[in-house]
Write a protein that binds this ligand. Structure first.
Ligand code: FAD
Length: 392
């Protein structure tokens, strides 16, 4: 395998690096670097800067803002963005609903939604999971019953990430209760301001409000908001989930945090005038994580290179599994570097004596426990790998 970039690709990388480090507002990049939660305005502002330069949705069809780049260039774009602490375009828009509408939506839906989705004029939420329908997603019970030109939707979604900001939500709904589970599901777009839609917050272990329950009570949705064919929603969901898994292996940002961790280690003094970066065990742990990240990065390149016709390779499950494991391992390393003080009561308060990175270490660690659950839990990814890759 050739690991050196060609002169053209190296120039492309420099172009991306210059753009990301000079055009995206510094205060947004600082928030990412310090692992602070971004506001809605910051996420929107950043995506609009990217979109204006044609850098928000390069993987979409060219007609809708895609760039027709090679898989390697897309990887470089993504990597440099994360390296420069630029928030990646909102996944619900850029990697989930956008590609589904582009591939399966009507011409009207494409014209109506894709430009606004790329520019984050619409903030999308993902309405797939329900109580008792997470890993076993096909058991979902939210119903959509056709009445004239409308569907009437009733049911409950859960774990809806950032649903408090959502303008629209893309849903899996049951449209044929008689059919085999997977065969009776459709993909429906719902304006969240429609009467009967209620969003309720769920508090997470880090104290943050990131996820929600969404309730639908006799919500009337124009039939034109059905994507693709009736009862074919499971096919579109599988297409979307494959993309989601590629997107949840944040190699670039995990590499960045690991590089930052070295600086953190250097800033912690231990006995004998030494720092934690002089400790052989700490150094060995960092080196091992670096190696694993490099291996993951090469695997990611192979996976994108082998995705045919926009269809994700089954190995996207490997990326999801290993990517989230490494993300969690690096967050654990940072907590260990910060030491017991970062766990103390009040440690996370803005006026605590701790350095910013140490203040955020524990909440970030706790928050990232979610990474092995969402996008399909890691146990489920292992089953997919066993069945589709290893043939067990
Ligand atoms: C922070 C967060 C954000 C999320 N955001 C969204 C969102 O925006 N939109 C959305 O639709 N969903 C979202 N989800 C939902 C997520 O996709 C589901 O939580 C996930 O698919 C797991 O489903 P579940 O929670 O029902 O767990 P369950 O399916 O009940 O699983 C519980 C445990 O059992 C294991 N398990 C289940 N079945 C098997 C099996 N067959 N073999 C082995 N082990 C098994 C699981 O791995 C898990 O450890 C989010 C979840 C989290 C935690």
């Amino acid at each position: 395998m050739q690991l050196e970039l060609s002169a053209e690709d190296a120039a492309f990388r420099q172009e991306m690096r210059t753009f990301f480090t000079t055009q995206v507002p510094q205060e947004i990049r600082d928030a990412v670097a310090e692992r602070r939660e971004l506001t809605k305005d910051q996420v929107v502002a950043s995506q609009r800067v990217l979109n204006a330069a044609g850098l928000a949705v390069p993987h979409w069809p060219e007609e809708w803002g895609g760039r027709g780049w090679s898989a390697l260039r897309r990887h470089i774009w993504h990597e440099e963005m994360q390296r420069a602490c630029v928030p990646t375009p909102l996944a619900f828009n850029a990697s989930m609903v956008g590609p589904v509408i582009a591939a399966f939506g009507s011409q009207e839906q494409k014209e109506r939604f894709l430009p606004r989705t790329a520019n984050l004029d619409i903030w999308w939420s993902q309405g797939f999971s329900e109580p008792d329908a997470g890993s076993d997603l096909a058991s979902l019970r939210t119903t959509a019953v056709r009445e004239g030109d409308e569907f009437v939707v009733n049911g409950q979604k859960t774990w809806t990430t950032l649903g408090q900001y959502g303008d629209w939500i893309f849903n899996l709904v049951r449209t044929d209760p008689e059919a085999k589970k997977q065969a009776g599901i459709s993909f429906l777009l719902i304006d969240m301001t429609t009467p009967g839609v209620t969003v309720r917050p769920i508090e997470l272990i880090d104290g943050g409000h990131e996820v929600n329950e969404v309730w639908f009570e006799d919500v009337r949705v124009p039939a034109e908001n059905l994507v693709g064919e009736l009862n074919k929603g499971w096919d579109y969901a599988k297409f979307l989930l494959g993309n989601e898994r590629v997107g949840v292996a944040p190699v670039g940002s995990t590499k960045r945090v690991l590089a930052q961790a070295k600086d953190y280690a250097r800033s912690v003094s231990v006995a004998g005038g030494l720092t934690l970066l002089d400790d052989p065990l700490t150094v060995a742990r960092i080196a091992e994580l670096e190696n694993e990240l490099l291996a993951l990065e090469l695997t990611a390149l192979r996976v994108v290179a082998h995705s045919a016709d926009g269809k994700p390779h089954p190995a996207s499950s490997v990326l999801k599994l290993k990517g989230t494991e490494l993300q969690q391992a690096v967050s654990e390393l940072v907590v260990d570097l910060a030491g017991p003080a970062s766990l103390a009561s009040g440690a996370g308060d803005a006026d605590s004596d701790l350095a910013g990175w140490a203040r955020h270490a524990t909440p970030v660690y706790l928050n990232l426990r979610k990474a092995s659950i969402y996008g399909g839990s890691n146990e489920i990814q292992r089953q997919i790998i066993a069945k589709t890759i290893l043939g067990l």
